[in-house]
Structures are given as structure tokens and as C-alpha cells.
Design a protein around this ligand. Structure first.
Ligand SMILES: CC(C)(COP(=O)(O)OP(=O)(O)OC[C@H]1O[C@@H](n2cnc3c(N)ncnc32)[C@H](O)[C@@H]1OP(=O)(O)O)[C@@H](O)C(=O)NCCC(=O)NCCS
Ligand SMILES: [Zn+2]
Length: 212
């Protein structure tokens, strides 16, 4: 079904939410078939497509793109120019850095072998799940089909092709696990029992893998 863009919460075609106390910048384009939670702010020229669901208190930065049926929890921050394609699910508290891209087609082609243009049913949508509190660094690319665990962190510019464990820190192209991070974001010092200790906030985190 085609979307009918709206230009803000006072527009006649505004979204069908129980409350209208979210903010849509006049230059943003939010489908009337999207659902936006209370307190969420959608900034300049961002686009939110039909069927997308955003929870409460989210921030969608300038020029960000949220595709059809993407589900996003509450208190999620999506920075400028981030691209979140169909097939992605973001749990509460996720951070997506500027220009990060969550892809959805593992073997992309514009055309079929006979040269005809591919349609919506000619390809398989991949699924990507970003768990509670995880962060995706600036410019990172998440190749579809992966799960990024709770409070994991993807370094700037990484290309993620495999699942990332909870609290895992991954870097590079392709992204490799280089350590673990605390819920506060600092590196964890791992002990022989697989417990991570944070010198910044004092937390002890059970990682579940013996690392030494
Ligand atoms: C991954 C990250 C959390 C590491 O921070 P850190 O633990 O303080 O790491 P350091 O700066 O001490 O670097 C440790 C090593 O990793 C390397 N490194 C750091 N970030 C890297 C990255 N994103 N990709 C590849 N290597 C990286 C450093 O060059 C250094 O290597 P060296 O020891 O050979 O010199 C951080 O660099 C990062 O990428 N954060 C995301 C930033 C971002 O995108 N923010 C978005 C909002 S603007
Ligand atoms: Zn900490």
C-alpha cells in the first residue's frame, strides 16, 4: 500500500497513535501507516515508512531512513543518515551511529537473469536483530542475517557478517570479536571465571565464556 507522507503532528494525515505527543520535523516524511511512540523526535528530512513501529522516547536523526515494517523499541537513538532496512528489529535502548547501514539482501541483484527488473517477491528479505542496549558505530555495515547481542558494541566502520555475543566488542572488516564491554560502554577486564569487571562503573558482568 502506498504511503501518504505527513509533515508533522498537526497535519490532517498524521499518524494513528494513541497520543500525538511526538515530534516530526516539518521536512521529515513519516507514513500515516507508521506508529510512533510518545516523546519520540524525528528530525530533518528523515523518512519513516509504512508499517514501521517506533517506541517511546526515540531520536531519529537528520536524513535517517526507517524502512517498511521495521520494529524499533523505546529509547533508541538513530543518528544522522543511518539506514535501517526492512527485516531489521531493534530492541529498546539501541544506538545506531551516523551513516551506519542495516542491510537486508544477502545476494542483491537489480535484475533477473533474463534482464527483467526484480520485483518485491523476487528476493528474500534477511532478518537482523539488534538486542537491548547494543551500539552500532558510525559507518558500520551490518550484513543481513545476524544478531547483535545485548549491550554489544560494533566499532566505527566495521562490517558485521556474523552474530555478536552479548557485551561483545567487534572491530574491522570483517568484524572480529576483540573483547567485551560493560553496559556503560567501557571495556571489561575479563577474569578466569569469565566475569568481566568494569573499572569505570564498578559493575561485574557475567559474559558466560571463559576467556583466559
Ligand atoms: C571500538 C571503540 C569503542 C574502541 O575504543 P577503545 O577501547 O578506547 O580503543 P582504543 O582507542 O584504545 O584502540 C585500541 C585499538 O583498536 C583500534 N581501533 C579502535 N577503534 C577501531 C575501529 N572502529 N575499527 C578498527 N580498529 C579500531 C585502535 O586503532 C587501536 O589499535 P592499536 O592498538 O593497534 O593502536 C571505538 O574506537 C569506536 O569505534 N567507537 C565507536 C565510535 C562511534 O562510531 N561513535 C558513533 C557516535 S558519533
Ligand atoms: Zn561500566
Amino acid at each position: 500500500m502506498p504511503s501518504s507522507p505527513s509533515n508533522g503532528p498537526t497535519s490532517a494525515s498524521v499518524l494513528t497513535t494513541p497520543t500525538n505527543d511526538f515530534f516530526v520535523h516539518p521536512t521529515a516524511e513519516v507514513s500515516t501507516e507508521a506508529r510512533i511512540g510518545k516523546g519520540t523526535r524525528i528530525w530533518n528530512r528523515a523518512q519513516v515508512r509504512e508499517g514501521a513501529v517506533l517506541g517511546e522516547g526515540c531520536i531519529v536523526g537528520k536524513d535517517a531512513y526507517i524502512d517498511i515494517d521495521v520494529h524499533i523499541g523505546s529509547h533508541v537513538k538513530i543518528q544522522n543518515s543511518a539506514l535501517i532496512y526492512h527485516g531489521a528489529t531493534l530492541e529498546d535502548g539501541v544506538f545506531v551511529g551516523p551513516q551506519a547501514c542495516l542491510t537486508n539482501d544477502l545476494y542483491p541483484r537489480a535484475i533477473n537473469p533474463d534482464g527483467s527488473l526484480k520485483g518485491a517477491s523476487d528476493w528474500e528479505v534477511g532478518e537482523t536483530v539488534i538486542r537491548y542496549g547494543a551500539s552500532i558505530g558510525a559507518g558500520a555495515i551490518i550484513v543481513t542475517g545476524v544478531e547483535i547481542g545485548r549491550f554489544a558494541m560494533v566499532g566505527a566502520g566495521a562490517v558485521v557478517t556474523r552474530d555478536v555475543p552479548a557485551h561483545g566488542l567487534v572491530l574491522g572488516v570483517p568484524a572480529r570479536l576483540v573483547g567485551y564491554v560493560c553496559a556503560c560502554g567501557a571495556r571489561l577486564e575479563m577474569d578466569v571465571e569469565g566475569l568481566g569487571h568494569c573499572s569505570r562503573c564498578g559493575r561485574t558482568v557475567e559474559i558466560g565464556v571463559k576467556t583466559k
